[in-house]
Design a protein around this ligand. Structure first.
Ligand code: FUC
Length: 812
């Protein structure tokens, strides 16, 4: 990107000559650019969890592409459950027992795959277009930024001697998108404003200063179960505001504040068919209340609310001159990272920013596969909640990166899958409990949609329960665990019902898929339907472990627990194959695969996000995980690379983890889908490239950085409280040699602790452990260990003395 550009801007009527300014503001947590966005992945995202915009920053023509997290096409599909589908199960299982994989696969495809259309997609809310903002003349000193400290994006430039400035943010406390426009020349603020949407929308003036857009999510013959409303209002100081058709016209103002509020009929309630009241009253009230505040007050309350989450973690790596360059230029030059270490810090905090901005604690729906941001009506992969990895990955950093409350929208959605999931469990397995197959969406989809080798993966129900347990393990709120225990139990009931003995009497799932992958048998035939894949067993192992721990912690359900303990003990063990790899399938078929580098590494679930495999507890299986990672390679889609950062960190190989992270910090331009090698990278606005843009890679990478610096997955038994789960906190378990000096403060660890870490020359200098509400933990640094007892809110500083960890209590 050059510093001087003459470019027709997206959607602009007239090309504008622009000279960008050579420096940003030097702030390490600001993304900046010397020219406006040309493409959607150059534009900068803002969001209050629910209401978001991609801001392009054109000087004459500004486009803000809008999203509201509940704008979904389609609706609930009661027909997703094929009655009596389960009747084919015994024939499928029998075929698998006999090794007749072709028949098993045919029968699975015919009967266990849902035939209802899977068409619903997350959609754009529309566009807010500002036109005619400039007088004649060359734009100089242009820059565009996103300040992660304040969650504000802006542009500033000059024409002649006059400075024009716009700031945009989406406020969680006020519930509105705010754009503030100023010019150093009195009366210099002029523009026309248009609120529009390409499909199913009508915009009318609601008053002289307000536009109202209403519509629904009908799209190409697909009826939408969602009606929406957006209202935009201009508050000007000086000058005039008038409405004309679907436009507002601002003339000669000294400054203007543009407020946008939006809402839909969507409610996360299966019993109400996901449909609530018309949003008109709520939208009008929100807009009126925000209009009564000054811009200064709106900004102050927004920044305070955002910073209460964002400022909890401070990550610091040494900075260099390279950090002064525009963000996309930094990406283009990053390579092995040696000359621009602090780009990893910016990328890390961008991930936290994106989670806060797409998943506020009271969001009606969680962060989807593009977070909150999507431009279109039928978005990539429906922009849904793909629960065979992608949706869960979105929330991997929620707890460790100290954003526990931001996890709640996902936990509520998961709990809301129980009602439809009970029907799916009955229809496809005649089983009790609930299940979700490989994906879900806003409408309670739990069935095996999507054909093979996608749809019939039924490990997702168990995988979604991992989030529930993790929230408890970190936040340690017994009331939460009590409330969500039935969700965990219902999932365990399902798996207890569907497990069957293998030839050796060990329990497996049958039929069973390993997400989206296929195996090649010795006769050269390719199939995906197996019995007892490793991934299913690992998910069930984790779920059972957590249900046992939950029922103990709550002191309930002993009889059920005994059943779960028994089944867990009988699960078929994990196996190391001839190549030294962890076997993915029921046989040693991995090395015959035509896709040895397949992006899904589902059978490594046991190493991350699970903990069944770890270097200390299971060294042989750990070697097999390392071998498998080597075979799969480092080069795949964005989310696959991000998963491997976490896995290599768990394998205690910080340098390998960091190598993959460095590869993620590579400027991507491709937006067409790439499924394997050649994928990955990061767009100019720091969005992850699958490609196309998919936000899980951002979140997975944040989690991966956390795993390099702090781990707390290994459990131990504490004799003084045997019914509680206790965790080893590993300090700097996989510190990469590229980062010999740095610090990270405010990470969270399981068991209810917060940790600050400082290191120099690759060695820990000081760690501070604070109990949030945990009492016992075991700290580990290298081979040194110490058991700690802390009262809630007590802190302890830890130093390394020789081979020992020595602590002193400090005031919190
Ligand atoms: C699965 C993945 C793809 C993509 C999509 C959203 O199908 O295999 O890579 O992430 O989900």
């Amino acid at each position: 990107m050059g510093l001087t550009a003459v470019s027709p801007l997206q959607g602009a009527d007239t090309p504008v000559a622009i000279e960008g300014r050579p420096h940003g503001n030097g702030d390490p947590l600001t993304l900046w650019y010397p020219d406006p966005a040309r493409t959607w992945t150059d534009a900068l995202p803002v969001g209050n969890g629910r209401l978001g915009a991609m801001v392009f920053g054109g000087p004459d023509h500004e486009r803000q592409q809008l999203n509201e997290i509940t704008v979904w096409s389609g609706g609930p599909r009661p027909g997703q459950n094929k009655p009596d589908a389960y009747k084919s199960l015994s024939a499928i299982r029998e075929a698998l027992r006999k090794g007749d994989y072709d028949t098993a696969q045919e029968l699975t495809a015919e009967t266990l795959v849902c035939t209802a259309d899977y068409e619903a997609s997350y959609q754009t809310l529309g566009d807010l277009n500002f036109d005619g903002m400039l007088p004649e003349g060359t734009v100089i000193d242009y820059w565009r930024w996103l300040d992660l400290n304040q969650a504000v994006t802006g542009v500033e430039y000059k024409v002649g001697v006059n400075t024009y400035r716009r700031e945009t943010f989406s406020s969680a406390p006020a519930g509105v998108l705010v754009t503030h426009i100023t010019c150093s020349r009195p009366g210099g603020v002029n523009f026309q404003l248009k609120l529009s949407r390409e499909h199913s929308a009508k915009t009318v003036p609601a008053s002289q200063d307000t536009l109202l857009m209403t519509g629904n999510t009908d799209y190409h013959g697909l009826k939408g179960n969602c009606a929406y409303e957006a209202q935009v209002r201009v508050l000007a100081r000086g000058g005039t505001v008038s409405s004309e058709g679907d436009h507002l016209i601002v003339k000669g103002a000294d400054e203007a504040t543009v407020l946008l509020a939006a809402g839909t009929t969507y409610v996360l309630d299966y019993d109400k068919n996901y449909r609530g009241p018309d949003p008109h009253d709520a939208v009008s009230r929100t807009l009126d209340e925000a209009s009564a505040k000054t811009y200064k007050d709106l900004l102050a309350e927004h920044v305070a609310s955002y910073q209460s989450l964002f400022r909890r973690v401070k990550f610091s790596l040494p900075t260099s001159e390279a950090a002064a360059q525009p963000t996309d230029v930094r990406l283009a030059h990053y390579k092995d990272g040696k000359n621009d270490l602090s780009l990893a810090e910016l990328y890390y905090q961008m991930g936290r920013y994106l989670l806060i901005s797409s998943s506020q604690p009271d969001n009606v729906l969680p962060s989807n596969s593009q977070g909150l941001w999507g431009d279109g009506f039928d978005l990539p992969w429906k922009c849904d909640y793909k629960s065979n990895i992608n949706y869960e990955m979105n929330y991997w950093p929620a707890e460790t990166a100290n954003l526990s409350e931001c996890h709640l929208p996902a936990l509520r959605l998961n709990a809301c899958l129980v009602a439809p999931g009970i029907k799916t469990a009955q229809a496809y397995f005649n089983a009790s409990g609930w299940v979700c197959f490989y994906t879900t969406n806003a409408w309670g989809w739990t069935a095996p949609g999507g054909g093979l080798p996608w749809g019939a993966f039924y490990g997702s129900g168990g995988w979604l329960c991992e989030d529930i347990w993790e929230h408890y393990a970190f936040a340690r709120d017994p009331a939460f665990l009590k409330q969500y225990y039935p969700v965990l139990k219902g999932s365990a009931q399902f798996y207890l019902d569907v497990l069957v003995p293998d030839a050796n009497g060990r329990l497996i799932t049958s039929p069973s898929l390993s997400p989206e992958n296929q195996f090649v048998r010795p006769d050269g035939k390719t199939n995906c339907v197996d019995a007892g894949t490793a991934c299913d067993r690992e998910i069930i192992w984790d779920l059972f472990t957590n249900v046992i721990a939950a029922s103990k912690a709550l002191g309930i359900d002993e009889n059920f627990r005994i059943r779960v303990v028994d089944a867990k003990d009988r699960l078929a063990p994990l196996v190391v194959g001839k190549a030294g790899q962890l076997e993915e399938w029921s046989h040693d078929w991995d090395m015959a695969s035509s896709e040895l580098t397949h992006r899904h590494v589902s059978h490594l679930y046991a190493a991350f996000p699970g903990w069944q495999i770890s270097p200390r507890l299971t060294p042989e299986l750990t070697k097999a995980v390392v071998k498998t990672l080597e075979i799969r390679g480092d080069n795949s889609t964005g989310w696959s690379n991000a998963w491997k950062i976490n896995l290599w960190a768990r394998m205690r190989d910080g340098d390998h983890a960091c190598r993959i992270l460095n590869n993620q910090l590579r400027l991507a331009a491709e937006t067409a889908t790439i499924y394997g090698e050649g994928g990955g990278g990061t767009y100019g606005n720091l969005f992850d490239a699958h490609p196309p843009f998919q936000i899980d890679g951002n979140f997975g990478s944040v989690s991966g950085i956390n795993e390099m610096l702090l781990q707390s997955s290994e459990r131990y038994t504490e004799p003084s409280s045997p019914d509680q789960d206790h965790y080893v906190i590993d300090l700097l378990p996989a510190l990469p040699s590229l980062w010999p000096n740095g610090s990270i403060h405010g990470l969270r660890a399981r068991g209810g602790f917060q940790v600050d870490l400082d290191w120099e020359h690759g060695q820990l200098t000081i760690a501070t452990i604070t109990s949030i509400n945990g009492r016992s933990t075991r700290l580990r640094y290298g081979e040194a260990e110490v058991d700690l007892q802390l009262e809630p809110h007590q802190s302890m500083q830890i130093k390394v003395e020789g081979t020992k960890l020595v602590g002193s209590k400090v005031a919190y």
